[in-house]
Write a protein that binds this ligand. Sequence first.
Ligand code: ZN
Length: 190
Amino acid sequence: MTQDDVLELFKKSGALLEGHFRLTSGLHSDRYLQCALVLQHPQQAAVLGAALAARLRELDSTADFVIAPALGGILVAHEVARNIGVRGLFAERQDRVLTLRRGFRIEPGERGYVVEDVVTTGGSTRETMDVVEQAGGIVIAAGSLIDRSGGKVDLGTPRVALAVLDVPTFTPEECPLCKAGSQAVKPGSR
Ligand code: ZN
């Protein structure tokens, strides 16, 4: 699956919008990403999961499990794990800290991939890597459907993304789209 194929799938399901958006942060952007809209179609989730599993296996094929931070990464971990035939886990926040709950266990020495839907700053992937390491597990690679950092995030582990985007954001005062006279809209309000 090429980057264009991936982005085409996202656009088709409205998961990647192009226009002039006011994000929840108040910043403006010419693109808006909502992975849940592509993953709501199980067949698309399966196709993307298979593609990410293949890329991860090229880096290291010895995974015993796949883990993601909840909620955004859960479906991605599930589909990648299904493809490889290993466990798909997720870490969730308890008192703001990502933790393994629900009886999920990582045994010392077990090897795993940490996956996400989107990497922006890499913060939640990094936190999930900590969860694995605290349990005595080994992170062998990280993956995401989309890397919207333009490839800049360094997680200290081999990393793949099905598509790399560089999505600049602007304050309303600096926004070139506002300067050109168009109105920013809240995503999903159309
Ligand atoms: Zn604007």
